[in-house]
Design a protein around this ligand. Structure first.
Ligand code: GLN
Length: 250
């Protein structure tokens, strides 16, 4: 299995050498993968100052299983998506939801994690439902499906939207009280609350389920997508996938 893989990789060496870009001295392709800056537990800086998380561990295990090399660029969510659209990177792994709209621009791997969207408010807030948002300001993170969801109900519930570039800044704005609530992916909000984020999720405000996928530009990098899917299936079968998830969520 390994030997056949090497042969396939060698076949790719010549094209990579001619291009001279995105390859190491030995000519092996090094895929550029963009991700978010802070989206715990999927990618975030730990107490030792290292970037860790489910996305990063999964990608590492999958790359090892499939024998490909990559480098990560921590650029933020909307910047990662824009970079992929422009072809500046080969892929995105960033807790990125597979949506019909995005499928017009990107090809996605098999789903590797399920996540609902939830509303979150400052701990002790009087905001308990969407009805309480009338006339208030609500925080969202640019270009996320949490943002799309908030926008889809903003008129109905009469709230205004304020956009933030990253999750921590968005939470801080809610905790400070400039905005009364935010919309975020449930597993991310739950993790941050468990870590003491000073926020809570009012009952009955979880909606719009989605699944995360590894994305490449539409029609590009089919071989990378295939390796990701094969590697994902392998690490699910051998227990590595569950170990990684448990490490960050248990
Ligand atoms: N899952 C959300 C989306 O894809 C948010 C991703 C993120 O903020 N990193 O839009």
């Amino acid at each position: 299995m390994k030997k056949r893989m090497m042969a396939l990789l060698l076949a790719g060496v010549m094209a990579a050498t001619m291009c001279g870009c995105g390859s190491k001295d030995d000519g092996k392709k090094v895929y550029k993968v963009a991700t978010d800056t802070t989206f715990a537990p999927f990618e975030f800086e730990n107490d030792e100052g290292n970037m860790v998380g489910i996305d990063l561990d999964l990608l590492k295990a999958i790359a090892e299983d499939q024998g490909f090399e990559y480098e990560i660029e921590y650029v933020g969510f909307s910047a990662a998506v824009t970079a992929l659209e422009a072809g500046e990177v080969d892929a995105v792994i960033a807790g990125m939801s597979i949506t019909d709209e995005r499928k017009e621009t990107f090809d996605f791997s098999d789903a590797y994690y399920d996540a609902d969207v939830t509303m979150a408010v400052a701990a002790g807030s009087s905001i308990a439902s969407y009805d309480d948002l009338n006339g208030k300001k609500v925080a969202v993170k640019t270009a996320t499906n949490g943002s799309d969801y908030a926008k889809s109900i903003a008129d109905q519930y009469g709230f205004d939207i304020v956009e933030f570039k990253d999750s921590p800044t968005m939470y801080q704005d809610v905790i400070t009280g400039n905005t009364v609530a935010c919309f975020e992916d449930y597993p991310v909000m739950a993790y941050n609350i468990k870590q003491g984020a000073g926020m809570e999720m009012p009952e009955g405000t979880t909606a719009a389920g989605s699944s995360y996928g590894f994305a490449v530009q539409k029609g590009q990098n089919a071989e990378l997508l295939e390796m990701f899917n094969k590697g994902l299936a392998d690490i699910k079968a051998n227990g590595t996938y569950q170990e990684i998830v448990d490490k960050y969520t248990k």
